[in-house]
Design a protein around this ligand. Structure first.
Ligand code: ADE
Ligand code: ZN
Length: 324
């Protein structure tokens, strides 16, 4: 039985397995530029974040209808349950779809149809986080927030993702202020490929968690600040290796981050592309970094602690880790 855990850094579009991509392409009358599943998987040889994003955005083309988004989300929840996930805070990238003529309603209604039955089907509570694409204009992010307003009862917060370098958090000061004004929680990808200063800028936006954040190790004062404020990092080890932010798992800075007193969590990012779901990340860490059971339990406790759940539910889920 895997450890009970929360997943806090998971792009729903990044859970599109090649088999489902072909199924949806067929259903929607789309011809993919790959002939077989093996052919498509062979394209998953990334050199950096951008080389991954190029394929990730290309494959979103198979997602056209509410049913497509529901099937994608259901498939993720089924896999997550088998990995011990009891709570998931799920990112989605509306601009990757609205830019192709798919409406915000289609995307949100499709995803939430699956989330609505997640507790009964899988015992997984869920939250949804809307991410802005940082490599597109700030004005488009503001339009996206406005388009999402009718759905804000289903969206707990906003995040910031896509190509990091050259797109600093300060570009999105106004839209993050508007999101906060609308009562939304704030997170942002920072310090994945970009510098430690982008983590500082993300904190200035008012974010409560940093997604990735591994580059904080380059800035001792920032590291001390993150530890003192218990600001969570949602770290994604297999992603970091596949996108070459880190050379090998054995070189991964996760133990150094824990030793520095940070509230570190382990997550899968885009599991269909990076060779494993969230418990596969825990197992890979145990194997390659020799993390013992108590460290793994600390990571699982941290995942609930760093979530946007109410205190009583956090405590109930942390008690499950203690009893595991
Ligand atoms: N979108 C999906 N996965 C991402 C990642 N790891 N970094 C930035 N944007 C993303
Ligand atoms: Zn991510």
């Amino acid at each position: 039985m895997p450890l009970p855990k929360a997943e806090l850094h998971l792009h729903i579009e990044g859970t599109l397995e090649p088999e489902l991509a072909f199924t949806l392409a067929h259903r929607n009358g789309i011809t993919l530029p790959y002939t077989t599943v093996a052919d498509l998987r062979a394209a998953y040889d990334f050199t950096d974040l951008q080389s991954f994003l190029d394929l990730y955005y290309a494959l979103t083309d198979v997602l056209r209808t509410e049913a497509d988004f529901t099937d994608l989300t259901r498939a993720y929840l089924t896999r997550a349950a088998a990995q011990g996930v009891r709570h998931a805070e799920i990112f989605f990238d509306p601009q990757a779809h609205t830019a192709r003529g798919i409406t915000m309603d289609t995307v949100v209604n499709g995803i939430t149809a699956a989330l609505d039955t997640s507790e009964t089907d899988h015992g997984i509570s869920t939250h949804l986080i809307l991410c802005f694409l940082r490599d597109r204009p700030a004005a488009e992010a503001m339009d996206t927030l406005d388009a999402a307003r009718p759905h804000l009862d289903r969206i707990i917060g906003v995040g910031l993702d896509s190509a990091e370098v050259g797109h600093p958090p300060t570009k999105f000061t106004d839209v993050f202020a508007a999101a906060r004004e609308a009562g939304l929680r704030l997170v942002a990808h920072a310090g994945e490929e970009g510098p430690a200063d982008y983590i500082r800028q993300a904190l200035d936006l008012g974010v409560e968690r940093i997604d990735h954040g591994i580059r904080c190790l380059d800035d001792p004062d920032l590291l001390a600040h993150l530890a003192a404020t218990r600001t969570p990092l949602t770290v994604c080890p297999l992603s970091n290796v596949r996108l070459r932010a880190v050379d090998t798992l054995a070189d991964h800075p996760l133990p150094a981050l824990m030793d520095a007193g940070l509230l570190v969590t382990v997550n899968s990012d885009d599991p269909a592309y990076f060779g494993g779901y969230v418990d596969d990340n825990y197992r890979a860490l145990a194997e390659h970094l020799h993390l013992d059971r108590e460290r793994l339990r600390t990571l699982a406790r941290n995942s609930f602690e760093a979530s946007f759940l109410p205190r009583d539910r956090k405590d109930a889920l942390i008690a499950l880790v203690d009893a595991h």
